[in-house]
Ligand binder design. Structure first.
Ligand code: SF4
Ligand code: SF4
Length: 208
């Protein structure tokens, strides 16, 4: 399948999730500018396919904005291993997402019935389950890729050889197994096979 078709299918999966999720959203506390979830309350994880969509989007931005975001990614990569809570590199100074249109599913699925603060989100059970089912569909679509913290995955894709292998569909993630282990990433194919996503995602939030 071409990269363009994979993007198309990804957008369809997002759209179907949004449609199904609507029934759970009446009582959520989420609102623009509320951003604890962007400061590592939830996982800021992305699949390789979603990271490719982010990179594509970054190319469309003004050079000054793009440079700022790349500098944030670099800082985030350097500092994340040392800090428990880290601001997402894409969160701007007004607490808005700079890549809202292409934000990964780990952000799209996150809604809470209480304001998160330090306690983390409380997600309606049905919405959590729908999120897991949808995540499984994304893993299947990106079965030869990996999933991990957004800065780490973007850095891997900035390596020309890694990106070439990934885009051609010839990537065997095992070639970077040490990096995968070191940065708590997962191999999507393994997630599809086991499909025990709750165990594979460290720090899964409480469910309401
Ligand atoms: S998930 Fe939590 S922090 Fe994020 S918008 Fe909703 S209430 Fe705010
Ligand atoms: S990508 Fe956007 S929505 Fe997701 S954590 Fe970062 S700033 Fe928040």
């Amino acid at each position: 399948m071409s990269q363009a078709n994979r993007f198309k299918k990804l957008r369809k999966i997002y759209k179907e999730f949004n449609k199904e999720a609507r029934k759970y959203l009446e009582h959520v506390a989420c609102k623009p500018g509320c951003a604890d979830c962007c400061i590592d309350v939830g996982n800021i994880d992305t699949t390789t396919l979603e990271a490719m969509a982010i990179l594509k989007h970054l190319k469309t931005l003004k050079p000054s904005k793009r440079q700022l975001l790349y500098a944030n990614i670099k800082k985030n990569t350097r500092e994340k291993p040392r800090f428990k809570r880290m601001k997402c590199p894409f969160l701007d100074s007004r607490n808005f997402c700079s890549i809202y249109k292409v934000r990964p599913f780990s952000c799209r699925r996150l809604f809470s019935v209480r304001t998160c603060g330090e306690s983390g989100p409380a997600i309606p059970r049905g919405l959590w389950e729908l999120g897991e089912e949808t995540l499984g569909r994304i893993y299947r679509l990106d079965h030869f890729g990996i999933t991990g913290h957004v800065s780490y995955v973007i850095n891997l894709l900035n390596d020309g050889r890694f990106k070439e292998l990934y885009v051609s569909g010839k990537l065997k993630p095992e070639i970077i197994k040490d990096t995968i282990q070191k940065y708590d990433m997962i191999i999507n194919r393994a997630a599809v096979q086991k499909f025990n996503v709750l165990k594979l995602m460290p720090g899964s939030p409480d469910k309401a």
